[in-house]
Design a protein around this ligand. Structure first.
Ligand SMILES: *[C@@H]1O[C@H](CO)[C@@H](O)[C@H](O)[C@H]1NC(C)=O
Ligand SMILES: *[C@@H]1O[C@H](CO)[C@@H](O)[C@H](O)[C@H]1NC(C)=O
Ligand SMILES: *[C@@H]1O[C@H](CO)[C@@H](O)[C@H](O)[C@H]1NC(C)=O
Length: 318
């Protein structure tokens, strides 16, 4: 028994210094890298060579789409990779450490702004803490995420069968933008961490970086979202059709019965009430107007006309 404990202790003595050494290695590496590093100077060695930054967009969820304010609210993250030559090391000198995680405040970061922002104009992930990963060749991987509110023009004319396109444009606003050469890592928005939405379906999701006529690069993310229409079909489209079928049935009643006025009045009134109920869920935008709303107004108009017509006949019958 004692022999086993002794063996264990000996083993522990052998193992412990190893763990300690690895930690020492990391600490030494950190000290060597950052003792003279300045995190507010762009790591640009040669001004005439483009500074390449690779970007990708991860969509996590679609939070809401506000038709009236024309804004799309989503949670997403950028994955940004660039090379910082002063942050490379030889892994053999540090016990084969290939990568190092540090606080993003320690290193220089490129700041990307959402250009068509509808909320706060600040770099993506500016107010949250993220860690960066550096590998021994000096590549820094920074993945800031945020809840983004983007301004997108909406077209609700086909509501509830509409598809809304939205383009999110990211750029390094201000200093530095002209040196950067942006590269899109994927051709599509990454959905690995996406939580499905019950109101919207993602139809297209492209990402690309392109040079603008002004001479700097922009990273684009083009989304188009298709509305899931079932709720609106049951709540709005079906009752509208039903009431519009009821309207001409007024003429089936004999002229003498006198029930025509009361039936057409009832249809008109129920329609007016239905319209006030429904208008709350139809997006109130007039550019362009919702087709469904126009149909409903026309049906109401026809309903009013048939009422007049029956009244005329009725008085004539008298
Ligand atoms: C900077 O880059 C240009 C173009 O690649 C090259 O011709 C020049 O020699 C470089 N200068 C230095 C100091 O490395
Ligand atoms: C780093 O770790 C290795 C063993 O993995 C050790 O030989 C070396 O001395 C360590 N270096 C430092 C600076 O601690
Ligand atoms: C560091 O990361 C870059 C970009 O992801 C990759 O191309 C390179 O091979 C990596 N280097 C090492 C030593 O892992």
């Amino acid at each position: 028994m004692n022999v086993i404990v002794l063996c264990f202790l000996v083993l522990l003595q052998v193992v412990m210094p190893c763990v300690g050494q690895t930690f020492e290695n990391v600490t030494k590496l950190y000290d060597d890298l950052f003792s003279s590093y300045r995190n507010n100077i762009t790591p640009l060695n040669n001004q005439s060579e483009p500074f390449e930054i690779t970007l990708a967009f991860y969509l996590l969820s679609i939070n809401s789409f506000r038709e009236v304010e024309e804004t799309l609210v989503l949670t997403g993250g950028l994955a940004i990779v660039w090379k910082d030559t002063s942050l490379s090391w030889n892994p053999v000198e540090y016990g084969n450490i290939n990568s190092l995680d540090v606080d993003s405040k320690d290193v220089w970061l490129p700041w990307f702004y959402l250009q068509n922002n509808a909320k706060k104009f600040e770099p993506v992930g500016f107010d949250s803490a993220f860690r960066v990963n550096i590998n021994s060749s000096g590549f820094v991987n920074y993945s800031p995420g945020s809840i983004l509110e983007a301004k997108c023009q909406t077209d609700i004319s086909k509501f509830p069968f509409d598809t809304q396109p939205c383009l999110l444009e990211f750029l390094a606003w201000g200093g530095g933008a002209t040196f950067y050469k942006l590269i899109s890592f994927f051709e599509e928005v990454n959905l690995d961490f996406y939580t499905k939405d019950s109101n919207w379906e993602v139809v297209t999701r492209k990402t690309y970086a392109q040079i603008e006529p002004e001479g700097y690069y922009k990273f684009h993310m083009s989304l188009s979202l298709k509305r899931k229409p079932m709720y609106y079909i049951i709540m709005i489209v079906l009752p509208t059709m039903l009431l519009s079928f009821l309207n001409p049935l007024v003429f089936l009643l004999p002229v003498e019965s006198g029930e025509r006025i009361s039936l057409s009045m009832t249809i008109l009134l129920s329609y007016a009430i239905f319209l006030t109920l429904v208008s709350a869920s139809i997006p109130a935008s007039s550019n362009p107007m919702c087709f469904l709303l126009i149909v409903m107004i026309i049906i109401m108009l026809i309903s009013g006309l048939t009422k007049n017509k029956t009244k005329g006949r009725y008085s004539y019958g008298l």
